[in-house]
Design a protein around this ligand. Sequence first.
Ligand SMILES: Nc1ncnc2c1ncn2[C@@H]1O[C@H](COP(=O)(O)OP(=O)(O)OP(=O)(O)O)[C@@H](O)[C@H]1O
Ligand SMILES: [Mg+2]
Length: 357
Amino acid sequence: MRLRRLVARGFRNLADLDRELPPGGVALLGANAQGKTNLLEAVYYPVLFRSLRGAPDQEVARFEGPGFTVEAEVEAGPTATVAASYAAAGRRKRISVDGEEPARLADAVGAWLAVSFLPDDVALATGNAAVRRAYLDRLLALADRRYLRALSHYRAALAQRNSALRQGRSEVASAFDAPLAQAGAEIVAARERWTGEAAERFTAEFECLGEGAGTRLHYRCGEGLGQAESWRPALAEAMARDLARGMTSVGPHRDDLVLELGGKPLREFGSNGQQRAAAVALKLIELASLRAARGTEPALLLDDVFAAFDRDRQARLARRLLAGPERQVFLTAPRADELPPGLDLPVWRVENGRVIA
Ligand SMILES: Nc1ncnc2c1ncn2[C@@H]1O[C@H](COP(=O)(O)OP(=O)(O)OP(=O)(O)O)[C@@H](O)[C@H]1O
Ligand SMILES: [Mg+2]
């Protein structure tokens, strides 16, 4: 899958742009604060219709501007145009695929596929469980729209259940047990299935990056919660505690994707290099999982990731990340000498929000 043309207006500091993109991708060079990451953010926006930095839309809109528009012309067999526009007045967002507004956001998600890797993504290995849950949710939502629907049903049921718990109304809270169990079991089962397949690949990728053996990836969740029937007793058992705390303590919103090295948590005992390698390995698996689920190669967005590695690791990483004739890559670096060796991509410059080919 390739991005053929990108339109961005009113987006961060970027000057309004409408450009064709090279099929293999492009290397974006420019000094700090010129707009390189902003451009990657614009490329990624129509994947999930939100900022890849997790910023709210009002922050993505150019300062003092009326809002923004992003349009991605995607070539994936037939061409599709995926667009989003956000109006600062009223904070309204409109999404379209080939000019049609989908009934649900979920129906538009995945028409354009990309995987991003930002410097902050090392938090996949060093951060708390919420970072890894977000990773799983993004990946599985892009792989399968049913997951995204289950996730939104789950979040709605959870929010209402928690609100009832905070008010001390256990009977009202219990009314949400069935929808919570239904959606929650679907989420847990999908995460378990994915981890079962990804575990071996994680170990292999980690070794391939030259950071040693003995890593393990597994999913930690409440016993049996992949089946809806297990929820009733689990929720009943937790009810007294949940009422006291005013929140639901059972379910996939509490789970973790655990990374271990030699039987110990990588988060606490891994070296910086090992943690970075684990994060890269997870990104490579994200790419492979999406390719397998969707039957097309997602684009790869790499934001200033090579600088943190020594020359030898850069070369290994470049071989893993930039391989594949179908892959379109967008990568950024402040200077040409920070690009990985042997890179064969056209170079564009980003200066003060302008993109110069
Ligand atoms: N909503 C916005 N409107 C206008 N400008 C913005 C907005 N949000 C961020 N900026 C500005 O955009 C500029 C470029 O940001 P960006 O993160 O893309 O830089 P960069 O080229 O990736 O730099 P670095 O190499 O330091 O990562 C920053 O100076 C930032 O203040
Ligand atoms: Mg940047």
